[in-house]
Design a binder for this molecule. Structure first.
Ligand code: PLP
Length: 400
């Protein structure tokens, strides 16, 4: 017999005081979300049906779509990405993937794995995709599906010309799939107005819910393409038509992640109560306040100004300082978590959902500035704190 393992109780593994999660996700969750996540109910009962109905109507508001095709998936943001690809792409489908970092490259890889004939448009790092360049490839390749990430978390790049790119795709008769895992509810993404066919999101970033339950919204045009597939997708769990059994017909596909859906319900409800307009304004003000404060420290922001993502700030690490040590030190000494990056010499501070609150910003700025000073960078922390104070003082009291 294999002996029982010698393990520690969870409390002895967790820090005595939770770390402040200010990296690229997961982000802090509101108490209502945490409470909902502790409840288990029947996944096929009347209560669940009502919860699902509300999740769908709130999601329609957050995605800004009248499409009925809102589906959830038990899985990370990547599962929602894969669900969009697995259903819209099949062997031989021509796909154009606009790549400006790690997550947009993941879309291309997913499309290849289901047999798509993938062309990538590689955008120089730190720049947003250029509609002119997209128009040329659309003309040359004539893809059926185009994938793009609204906010490329890995390189902190914002594809701010997405509306024009979506319009070009429409004109070319190409479906457009947008990854909004990092950006949904932090910056405008009106799905219907911009003519987008699929939007995917995860729970643990802009929405400030838990990781592991994600959403996808599909246009009628996308749904018709799915209905016209030559064969069912190979991934049974991600089959949108099977998922519709649960999300539209109150019947069984797989046991839904009930607690996570309840948590998502609460997160969406908080977005609806705040309203999208106020939430976008809160994100824009908090993020630009933080960006000004970082510059007042004497550090540089990554990327071209117009292409900088508000929801995750990229900060260049000065020569002679090791970015892994920055993240380790700020966590150990100041109990704040921030993120390194995949390859670039930057560290990243998240500005998604609950991260955009004045008290979190002050604590994070203090922790980050002190960390840089501790590691030997010449930073001006008093000026940075004054800058943050000045920028936030301009906002209404109830805004942050
Ligand atoms: C985090 C993220 C993902 C992946 O989400 P997971 O939940 O880690 O699978 C995909 N795209 C973007 C833009 C992200 O920020």
């Amino acid at each position: 017999m294999i002996a029982q393992p010698d393990v520690q109780p969870l409390d002895s593994l967790l820090p005595a005081e939770p770390l402040l999660m200010m990296g690229a996700g997961p982000v802090p969750i509101p108490a209502r979300v945490a409470h909902a996540n502790s409840i288990v109910i029947n996944h096929l009962g009347d209560t669940m049906a009502r919860v699902i109905g509300q999740v769908q109507s709130m999601a329609r508001y957050v995605f800004q779509t009248e499409s009925p095709w809102i589906l959830g998936v038990a899985g990370p943001g990547s599962a929602a990405m894969e669900m969009s690809i697995a259903n819209l792409v099949w062997p031989g489908t021509k796909v154009l993937s606009i790549v400006n970092g790690y997550f947009s490259g993941r879309f291309a890889e997913m499309a290849r794995r289901v047999g798509g004939d993938v062309t990538t448009l590689d955008v120089p790092l730190g720049e947003a995709a250029d509609p002119q360049a997209v128009a040329e490839v659309l003309e040359r390749v004539r893809p059926a599906v185009l994938t793009i990430v609204q906010g490329e978390t890995s390189s902190t790049t914002f594809n701010h010309r997405l509306p024009e790119i979506a319009q070009l795709a429409r004109q070319a008769g190409c479906l457009i799939v947008v990854d909004a895992v990092c950006t949904l509810s932090t910056t405008p993404l009106p799905m219907d107005d911009w003519g987008i066919d699929a939007v995917v999101t995860g729970g643990q970033k802009g929405l400030s819910s838990i990781p592991g339950v994600s959403l996808i919204a599909l246009s009628q045009r996308a749904w018709e393409r799915i209905e016209s597939r030559p064969a069912a997708p190979p991934q049974w769990c991600l089959d949108a038509r099977l998922a519709a059994q649960f999300w539209h017909h109150d019947s069984y596909h797989y046991t839904a992640p009930v607690s996570g859906i309840l948590a998502l319900h609460e997160a969406l409800h908080l977005v609806c109560q705040e309203t999208l307009e106020r939430r976008f304004a809160r994100h824009a003000s908090c993020s630009s306040a933080m960006q000004h404060a970082i510059e007042a420290l004497g550090l540089s922001l990554y990327g071209q100004p117009a292409a900088r993502l508000h929801s995750v700030i990229g900060i260049e690490v000065p020569d002679g300082i090791d970015r892994a040590r920055v993240c380790a030190h700020i966590s150990a000494r100041y109990r704040v978590e921030i993120s390194g990056s995949f390859g670039l010499n930057i560290v990243r501070i998240g500005q998604m959902g609950e991260q955009c609150r004045a008290h979190h910003l002050f604590r994070t700025l203090h922790a980050f500035g002190s960390t840089m000073r501790d590691l030997g960078a010449p930073v001006d922390l008093p000026s940075a704190a004054a800058e943050l104070e000045r920028a936030l003082a301009k906002m209404p009291d109830d805004a942050v």
